[in-house]
Ligand binder design. Structure first.
Ligand SMILES: [Mn+2]
Length: 355
């Protein structure tokens, strides 16, 4: 297993003498400990998890890359360690610390707070490169989602409501071990499919509808994300044309994906296919985002994202075309970026399914 604390320690001294991590996600990333409270303190040559009585037993068994300390008087404990390690400056997660936490820290902490976003950005960057172990967890989550998708195909029929379809998927995923759901499941039908992040309602599926399903499972903290659009009864020529356009945009982007490609360039590969087919204005969101301990991570494949996608990144490829008052289509896979290309983590078929 990779020691994530060591990865942070290697670069810490360029920013500050110590790092104070308080967000649930980054605390979990560094220590392996899932909890709703606790503070991680990292120095160049030592690391501590200060955590309260509710979690102490589990933390001692789990957080083996750092010293676990029972929390009793948090800032006195932090300041003692700061003095012990002769730390003058501390960096914090500027992107997740609330203003009131910040004011509290500023008042009570003996070290000087650095106000840069270095720590938030460094942790996001470290988290973007998945280990084999993390990849396996994402694959396990994805497998749960795919099995649930196979089941929902037998459930969708005329008269079913969007909410019923969403609940069916959620139940199937959790029955198979998903820890809750990756995000609120999106199941839309008919003209509601033109709203990329619409909320499932009481609309009943009718013949001639598209049914769009965007959903994911969670396995040991790691998320999955997939979207499929299926048809019920029959499709019009326009529906088929739009479906085929989205699919070819998606396939083109997947074959262009490899380590070193800039996020906006990958987005452009798919966007060009859609634009050339005359639907450029109908693809109003970005191509994809990274996935891991959170459902939306960096790097992104968006028109504004100027950085490269590195080997080891997991990113979604999810082009869509949305025609207001008519219908929408989105097809989404998760891919793992490799040196020469990518591994598609999604195995569900993408040929148009007509139920
Ligand atoms: Mn997604």
């Amino acid at each position: 297993m990779r020691n994530n604390i060591e990865l942070l320690q290697k670069e810490l001294t360029s920013a500050a003498d110590c790092a104070i991590i308080t967000s649930d996600i980054n605390r979990r990333y560094l220590t392996g400990m899932k909890s709703s409270a606790g503070t991680v303190l990292v120095f160049a040559d030592a690391a501590y998890l200060i955590i309260d009585f509710r979690y102490i037993e589990k933390a001692k068994a789990t957080a083996t890359d750092c010293e676990v300390i029972l929390e009793n008087s948090l800032y006195n404990q932090i300041n003692e360690l700061v003095a012990k390690h002769n730390a003058k400056t501390a960096c914090i997660e500027t992107q997740s610390v609330t203003y009131s936490q910040f004011v509290n820290m500023k008042e009570k902490l003996s070290a000087e707070l650095s106000d840069t976003s270095w720590l938030s950005e460094k942790l996001a960057q470290l988290r973007s490169i998945k280990t084999i172990d993390e990849l396996e967890k994402i694959k396990s989550a994805q497998k749960i989602a795919e099995q649930s998708f196979d089941e929902v195909l037998g459930f969708i029929k005329e008269g079913r409501t969007e909410r019923e379809i969403a609940l069916f998927l959620d139940f199937e995923m959790q029955k198979r071990g998903s820890q809750g759901v990756s995000f609120e499941t999106i199941t839309l039908s008919g003209k509601n499919t033109s709203m990329p992040h619409g909320v499932p309602g009481n609309r009943e599926v009718r013949s001639g509808d598209f049914v769009l399903m965007d959903f994911g499972a969670v396995y040991d903290g790691y998320h999955s994300d997939m979207t499929r659009t299926v048809a019920v009864g029959n499709v019009s020529d326009e529906m088929r044309k739009v479906y085929d356009t989205v699919l070819s945009a998606q396939l083109r982007a997947i074959s262009a994906a490899k380590a070193g490609i800039v996020g906006k360039d990958l987005d452009k590969v798919a966007r060009d296919v859609i634009t050339n087919a005359g639907y450029g204005d109908a693809f109003g969101h970005s191509l994809g985002h990274s996935v891991g301990l959170e459902i939306h991570e960096v790097p992104n494949a968006s028109p504004r994202y100027e950085k490269e996608l590195s080997e080891g990144v997991v990113v979604t490829v999810e082009p869509g075309i949305y025609l207001p008052e008519k219908f929408g289509v989105r097809i989404e896979d998760m891919i793992f970026i490799t040196k020469d290309g990518c591994e598609n983590l999604t195995s569900t078929d993408k040929n148009l399914i007509i139920l």
